[in-house]
Design a binder for this molecule. Structure first.
Ligand code: 5HY
Length: 259
């Protein structure tokens, strides 16, 4: 199967890091395609960045549909554009926050999220509520790192993240930690060994969830609100994103069985 992992920000070094993490857990039969948009914010650190990043994300989803990709990961902890991507895609689309929270809820009775800037905590809080994770999420902690500090080997990112992880274990009684940024994709094992607790990282968790869903023959429902977008013209610079008439909603996995 082919899973397209999309980093919605435009920092190539982070996309490479995400790709490497995804490939460490991909099953032998899984090909990981990893991309980021050619346009948009270099990092996503708030509502405005997120909103703008969705255009490039949806362009990547549309390209994946043309290539017959089996499933997608949205590799940004705000899960930007998740429902729009599910409208546009046939295969499963999993956000890293959703994947990480569900995985953590299956291995601990409570988890804390350690993310970057304090101003982005509300985005994670909203997702905790949307995903029904209130009973599991003990607290959302900020390491006060900018996202791109995670790309700077001279930053003290690792130490700041470990500090918050330790506080989560001691003060929040968290049984597990969720890393709240795709830019932390390379840190989970190291941090878990250092703090002595399970650390769940969303890119790798999401890849395994997509593999499981595709393996079960499950694709995104095309009933109701997740049906393909209604065909209509879009004007101006966004005209290329206009929904087109599409073949019957047969997911790529089932299409291959039929051919
Ligand atoms: C992410 N921002 O995973 C989010 C996380 C955050 O550019 N990639 C980003 O810190 O908000």
């Amino acid at each position: 199967m082919r899973i397209k992992v999309i980093n919605p920000n435009t920092t190539f070094s982070m996309t490479e890091k995400i790709a490497a993490a995804a490939r460490t857990v991909a099953a032998p039969g899984t090909e990981i395609l990893c991309t980021s948009p050619t346009m948009g914010p270099v990092s996503i650190e708030g509502h405005y960045d997120e909103a703008v990043s969705v255009i490039g994300l949806l362009e990547e989803i549309r390209a994946g549909e043309a290539e017959g990709v089996d499933g997608y990961v949205i590799a940004c902890f705000g899960d930007p554009g998740l429902m729009a991507a599910r409208e546009a895609a046939r295969g499963p689309v999993i956000g890293i926050a959703e994947a990480a929270m569900h995985a953590a809820s299956m291995i601990a009775t409570g988890f804390s999220i350690v993310t970057t800037l304090a101003r982005t905590k509300i985005i994670a809080r909203h997702l905790v509520e949307v995903y029904g994770m209130q009973r599991f999420c003990r607290r959302i902690r900020a390491s006060d790192l900018a996202v791109l500090d995670l790309e700077d080997p001279k930053s003290n990112a690792r130490a700041l993240i470990i500090r918050e992880c330790r506080r989560a274990i001691e003060e929040d009684e968290a049984g597990a930690i969720v890393l709240g940024c795709a830019g932390m994709a390379d840190l989970a094992g190291d941090i878990s060994r250092t703090v002595g607790a399970p650390v769940v990282e969303g890119v790798t968790a999401a890849v395994k969830f997509v593999e499981a869903l595709v393996g079960l023959g499950l694709s995104t429902s095309k009933l109701g609100d997740l049906a393909v977008p209604i065909v209509k013209p879009y004007r101006g610079a966004l005209s290329a994103l206009a929904p087109e008439a599409r073949a019957p909603n047969v997911p790529p996995t089932q299409a291959r069985v039929r051919s």
